[in-house]
Design a protein around this ligand. Structure first.
Ligand code: PLP
Length: 394
C-alpha cells in the first residue's frame, strides 16, 4: 500500500486517458455516446464519469479516487459542498418515521439538520453528549437508522470514541456516518475503526486553499450507490473546475497537515495559562480531558483550537480585532489562518437557544494556517495581551 503522499499524487492516474501530466478539466455538461447500448448503460452506471456531469464527470472520479484511497474505503463521491454531502447521504439513508442519533457538539449546519430539518420531514432525532459512549447506547431505539458523529467537533474539539460507536452501531445494524473534516485522513481514518461512511467539508483541509466549496463522502460502494441515486435528484453537483481545484489542492495535503498540526499545538500550548484565557480546547494538549482517547485514534491533532476568554463575548470579539495574521472569516483548513466567533456565525442556521446550548459566548475558533509557527504564536500572544490590558483599563 503506497503512502499518503504517493496516493495524493498518483491515485487518479488511471481514471481517464490523457497524456497530459496535469489532468485536463472536462468542462462539459454532457458526453456523447457511440451507440444506443453505451448510452443506455451510462444512464444507470452508479458514479459513472462520462454520461452527464450531474451523474458524474472524469474530474469528479479523479478527486473521488484520491479520497477513497486516503480514507481506506472502497469508493468515494464528490458533491457541491460539505452540506450537500451530508444532506444527500441522510436523505438516502432515512425516511419518515425513522430515528437518527447525532452529537450535541457538532458543526452548526449538522446541528440544524438534526434539530430543524429532519424533524420537519418526520424523522425524530436525539443529540447526545459524545464524550460519553454510553449516551449513544441509551439513545438507540428500534427505529434508529443512522448515527452521525463528528470528531474532533466544531468548535469545541470534543472527541468521539470511534471504536465504541462503530461497535455499538454494528451490533444493531445501524450505519454510521462520520464528519472527518477537522482530522483529515492524514490524522485519523474513521473507517479503520469500523465507521461505515466518512464525509468532509472538502472546502476545508482537503482543498486547503479557500478557493472551492466542495464535499466528499467515502465508504462501501453499495451505500455510495444509494447516496448517488439521491444525489441525482438533489442535483448538488460539483462543477468540473471545482473538482479539478479540489484534486490539485489534495496533491499537497500530506505536506500541509503536519504544519497545521504543529501550529495548532504550539498556539494551544502558548495560550493555555494566559491570564485572559479561561480555557483552551485542543485535543493535543495533555490537559484535554479526552487526550488519551484522541491519541488512540489520531496521529496528529489538527490546526483548529477553541479559545475561551474569561471576559466573554466582548473580549473574544476584541481578540479577533487584534489578530494580525488570522483574518476574521467563517472558513478554516486553508493555508491562511482564520479566526471566528462561532456564536455569531451560526445565527443563520440555529436559533439563539440552540446556539446557547452548544457554544460558549466567549469562544473564539482559531484555525491555524501554514504560516511560520513563531509568527502565529507571537501574533496570538500579542492579541491576548492587548485584550487583557483593555479589560484592566475598562
Ligand atoms: C466540521 C464541518 N463540517 C461540515 C461543514 C459544512 O461544509 P460546507 O461549508 O463545505 O458545506 C463545515 C463548514 O464549516 C464544518 O466546519
Amino acid at each position: 500500500m503506497p503512502g499518503s503522499s504517493t496516493i495524493t499524487v498518483h491515485a487518479d492516474r488511471e481514471i481517464h486517458p490523457s497524456r497530459a501530466v496535469a489532468p485536463p478539466i472536462y468542462q462539459t455538461a454532457a458526453f456523447w455516446a457511440e451507440d444506443g447500448e453505451t448510452f443506455a448503460r451510462g444512464a444507470v452506471e452508479p458514479r459513472g464519469k462520462d454520461f452527464y456531469t450531474r451523474f458524474g464527470n472524469p474530474n469528479h472520479a479523479q478527486a473521488a479516487a484520491v479520497v477513497a484511497e486516503l480514507e481506506g474505503t472502497e469508493a468515494a463521491m464528490v458533491t457541491a459542498s460539505g452540506m450537500a454531502a451530508l444532506t444527500t447521504a441522510v436523505l438516502a439513508l432515512v425516511s419518515a418515521g425513522d430515528h437518527v442519533i447525532g452529537q450535541k457538539s457538532a458543526y452548526g449546519g449538522t446541528g440544524s439538520v438534526l434539530l430543524n430539518l429532519l424533524p420537519r420531514l418526520g424523522v425524530s432525532t436525539s443529540v447526545v453528549d459524545q464524550t460519553d459512549p454510553e449516551a449513544f447506547a441509551k439513545a438507540l431505539t428500534p427505529r434508529t437508522r443512522l448515527i452521525l458523529v463528528e470528531t474532533p467537533s466544531n468548535p469545541l474539539l470534543q472527541v468521539t470514541d470511534l471504536r465504541a460507536v462503530a461497535e455499538l452501531a454494528r451490533a444493531h445494524g445501524v450505519p454510521t456516518l462520520a464528519d472527518n473534516t477537522f482530522a483529515t485522513p492524514l490524522n485519523s481514518r474513521p473507517a479503520d475503526y469500523g465507521i461505515d461512511l466518512v464525509w468532509h467539508s472538502a472546502t476545508k483541509y482537503l482543498n486547503g486553499h479557500t478557493d472551492v466549496s466542495a464535499g466528499v463522502i467515502a465508504g462501501p460502494a453499495e451505500l455510495l450507490n444509494r447516496i448517488w441515486d439521491v444525489g441525482l435528484l438533489t442535483g448538488a453537483t460539483l462543477g468540473p473546475i471545482d473538482a479539478w481545484l479540489l484534486l490539485r489542492g489534495m496533491r499537497t495535503l500530506p505536506l500541509r497537515v503536519p504544519r497545521h498540526n504543529a501550529n495548532g499545538l504550539a498556539l494551544a500550548q502558548a495560550l493555555s495559562g494566559h491570564p485572559a484565557v479561561a480555557k483552551v480546547h485542543y485535543p493535543g494538549l495533555a490537559s484535554h480531558p479526552q487526550h488519551k482517547l484522541a491519541a488512540s485514534q489520531m496521529s496528529g491533532f489538527g490546526g483548529v483550537l477553541g479559545i475561551e476568554f474569561t471576559g466573554g463575548f466582548e473580549t473574544a470579539d476584541a481578540f479577533l480585532g487584534k489578530l494580525r495574521y488570522s483574518l476574521r472569516s467563517a472558513s478554516l483548513g486553508g493555508v491562511e489562518s482564520l479566526a471566528v466567533h462561532p456564536a455569531s456565525m451560526w445565527r443563520g442556521m440555529l436559533s439563539e437557544e440552540q446556539i446557547a446550548e452548544s457554544v460558549p459566548l466567549g469562544l473564539v475558533r482559531l484555525a491555524a494556517g501554514t504560516e511560520d509557527t513563531a509568527d502565529l504564536v507571537a501574533d496570538a500572544l500579542a492579541a491576548a495581551d492587548a485584550v487583557l490590558t483593555m479589560t484592566a483599563n475598562a
